[in-house]
Design a protein around this ligand. Structure first.
Ligand code: HEC
Ligand code: HEC
Ligand code: HEC
Ligand code: HEC
Ligand code: HEC
Ligand code: HEC
Ligand code: HEC
Ligand code: HEC
Ligand code: HEC
Length: 425
């Protein structure tokens, strides 16, 4: 019989189990005998299985391995009873897919769970190399979901919990020795761990920040081609991606073979951007392709100047309002209104991705108007403060004069001798 025919038989035989697996769990002789052997290789799966989602759902060893969980002796592992020992790498995908690609079966447990993992995996570089080349080093289902300790992605102890994913992929992709036979870099994880995304996820606990699978697909892991890097980032940065798509660069970059957003921001080691990226300065990204003589360079310099002016005016207004607030003048409304200028600053920085002056200028103009209003309020507040001080001075002088008068009165009264008291010197 051919290998695929055999595999087919195995799958057919195994297809009989899912429904009854739960009922068999209580009398699991597989577990009992394996624990008795004391052999680490045979007991480890049993111990790990306590935290596994499949155990929690009532499945036993036979759900994947087949065999007879009621038999006491080694006949429990009779291949005639559908038993499969340690599966080969190709067999693993069938092990899991038997249930996870069966929409009708999975619906009984969790109707919202996707059932495309096997199909997606088949399109990934991992799946294709396994199928077409028998490459033993690529990831299979159990490289990312440890065979006997499988947990849902929402469980913080899961190998596929967002914060854990980088290490799960990095175990292979960050291991230069393991990956030596391939021609790809092995710095994705180390770079990723310096990125704004990793910081947002770990320092801020923002689980909506992307990790490896958000950009590469959960199961269809391929490097995003240069044509769709923008789409990958655009899943979350949609405003920026829309501007970029309509810009001169969108087409020019594809022709040059530049990977969209990643051309200016990198892919794995994305750092916090700032105005320094814009223009023709040392750290500016524009200067790698444009110079002071061409239109791109001129636009870069102009956009930078616009944004810096708004940034400076907003700061100036903020500073004077802060000073007034400290001195006790009520300016909270003006301080609140100034947030509008800060928002336009954010919008202007996004508008940079149109790579044209007009959209940036539009935001900057609106922001400058708000900042000017704030600054004017600050100036008035400081005038008020000055006036208040003058009045305070006047009041103080009056009070001092009154006190002086009072003291003189008291002294006069003191000088008059009181009957019965000794004379003063
Ligand atoms: C009577 C004891 C006993 C029972 C019952 C038993 N096993 Fe085993 N199992 C063993 C021993 C011993 C080995 C190691 C055999 C070897 O190394 O050749 C083993 C090996 C295995 C292996 C690894 C096979 C390989 O290819 O490396 C798997 C998987 C396994 N058992 C699963 C099961 C399942 C599932 C059941 C229940 C249906 C079960 N066992 C029932 C004793 C038992
Ligand atoms: C969700 C499917 C699944 C379930 C349930 C499951 N296994 Fe496994 N088991 C696997 C896969 C897949 C492998 C191969 C792992 C690998 O290649 O790294 C494996 C491998 C093994 C091995 C060989 C380990 C080795 O290193 O040689 C043993 C023994 C084993 N399983 C026993 C069990 C026992 C006992 C249970 C029940 C407590 C069980 N398995 C439940 C999928 C499963
Ligand atoms: C006997 C059928 C069956 C087999 C075989 C099976 N699973 Fe499952 N699996 C399930 C069921 C049922 C659930 C629970 C779904 C739920 O209720 O959310 C589940 C849950 C999971 C989950 C958590 C999903 C979630 O988000 O809740 C993962 C991950 C998973 N399985 C991976 C695997 C892998 C990897 C294999 C192969 C090594 C495998 N499964 C083999 C039936 C199976
Ligand atoms: C390269 C690593 C990797 C491989 C290989 C892999 N998975 Fe996953 N899997 C993940 C990640 C990461 C998630 C978490 C997705 C998320 O956060 O929603 C996941 C989630 C799941 C889930 C939960 C539901 C879902 O789709 O989000 C199931 C079920 C699952 N995988 C089954 C499988 C099966 C079956 C295979 C083999 C065909 C497999 N996985 C291969 C990384 C992998
Ligand atoms: C078991 C080791 C292993 C694990 C775990 C693993 N990979 Fe891979 N991956 C490989 C190997 C080996 C290749 C093939 C490299 C090649 O052909 O260039 C590969 C290829 C890739 C490629 C294609 C690279 C290219 O340019 O051809 C991407 C993208 C990728 N993996 C992403 C991931 C992601 C994301 C994860 C985690 C969710 C992950 N991998 C987990 C071993 C692994
Ligand atoms: C923010 C999105 C994003 C995240 C997060 C991300 N990648 Fe990538 N990755 C990309 C892009 C885009 C490319 C392709 C760049 C190109 O074509 O030049 C890529 C390329 C790759 C490649 C192909 C080889 C290479 O380095 O060019 C591998 C392998 C890879 N990534 C693995 C990973 C792993 C592992 C992680 C997690 C530690 C990860 N990626 C996280 C976007 C991302
Ligand atoms: C899954 C959603 C998601 C994807 C995909 C994604 N990002 Fe992000 N990105 C975020 C989140 C969330 C933040 C953090 C926002 C914060 O806390 O400042 C962020 C932050 C950033 C920042 C820093 C912004 C700042 O003001 O500090 C840049 C630059 C960035 N991403 C670029 C990219 C690029 C380029 C890609 C594609 C290669 C990408 N992102 C893919 C969600 C995503
Ligand atoms: C990877 C190279 C590269 C980078 C980096 C780059 N550009 Fe460009 N840019 C091009 C190419 C190619 C064109 C289209 C060819 C042309 O007309 O000059 C272009 C065109 C332009 C144009 C339109 C010029 C015209 O003639 O209408 C503007 C404006 C522009 N870029 C601004 C910028 C700004 C601002 C930055 C920095 C934020 C930047 N570019 C970064 C390559 C680049
Ligand atoms: C030609 C270079 C270039 C390309 C291509 C590019 N950016 Fe930017 N990006 C910049 C510059 C320059 C800044 C800094 C603007 C500033 O702070 O003045 C920036 C800032 C950002 C910011 C922070 C400001 C904001 O908008 O919130 C994010 C996020 C961002 N880029 C995402 C992206 C995404 C997503 C893509 C692809 C759709 C992309 N960028 C493509 C040059 C580029």
């Amino acid at each position: 019989m051919s290998a695929s025919g055999l595999a087919g038989l195995v799958v057919l035989a195994l297809l009989a189990w899912p429904g009854v697996a739960a009922a068999q769990a209580p009398v699991d002789k597989c577990v009992a005998c394996h624990l008795e052997t004391g052999d680490e290789r045979l007991t480890a799966p049993v111990k790990a299985f306590d935290g596994d989602i499949h155990k929690a759902k009532g499945f036993g060893c036979v759900a994947c391995h087949g065999g007879d969980a009621k038999a006491d002796g080694p006949e429990a592992m009779d291949p005639a009873k559908g038993f499969v020992g340690k599966p080969s790498r190709q067999q693993i995908v069938q092990f899991c897919g038997r249930c996870h690609a069966d929409a009708a079966f999975m619906k009984r447990y969790n109707p919202s769970l996707r059932v495309d993992q096997v199909a997606e995996y088949a399109t990934s570089v991992h799946g294709r190399r396994l199928r077409e080349l028998g490459d033993p080093k690529v990831a299979t289902c159990v490289s990312c979901h440890p065979a006997h300790n499988i947990r849902p992605p929402s469980d913080p102890k899961s190998s596929v919990y967002p914060v854990q994913v980088a290490d799960t992929c990095g175990r292979c992709h960050g291991d230069a020795k393991y990956m030596a036979s391939y021609k790809i870099p092995t710095d994705q994880m180390t770079k990723y761990k310096t990125s704004v995304h990793w910081k947002a996820m770990t320092a801020k606990g923002d689980l909506s920040a992307p990790t490896c699978n958000d950009c590469h697909g959960n199961h269809g892991a391929v490097p995003p081609g240069i044509n769709w890097v923008g789409n990958v980032c655009g899943q979350c940065h949609s405003l920026t991606a829309d501007l970029f798509k309509k810009s001169v660069h969108a087409k020019a970059f594809v022709e040059m073979g530049n990977p969209g957003c990643a051309t200016c921001h990198e892919n794995h080691g994305i750092q916090t951007p700032g105005d320094f990226l814009l223009g023709l300065g040392d750290k500016a990204v524009c200067s790698t392709c444009h110079g002071a003589g061409d239109k791109g360079g001129k636009v870069a310099v102009e956009m930078r100047a616009l944004i810096e002016s708004l940034s400076a005016e907003t700061q100036k207004a903020g500073a004077i309002l802060e000073k007034a607030h400290h001195a006790g003048v009520e300016v909270s409304q003006a301080q609140f209104d100034l947030n509008g200028a800060k928002e336009t600053l954010v919008k202007a920085r996004t508008a940079v991705h149109s790579f044209a002056v007009a959209p940036v200028n539009e935001e900057v103009k609106a922001g400058l108007a708000i900042a000017a209003k704030g600054y004017a309020r600050g100036v008035r507040a400081m005038d008020e403060l000055r006036l208040r001080r003058v009045w305070l001075g006047v009041v103080l002088v009056v009070i001092l004069a009154l006190i002086a008068g009072l003291v003189m009165k008291i002294r006069q009264a003191d000088r008059r001798p009181v009957a019965g008291s000794p004379p003063k010197h």
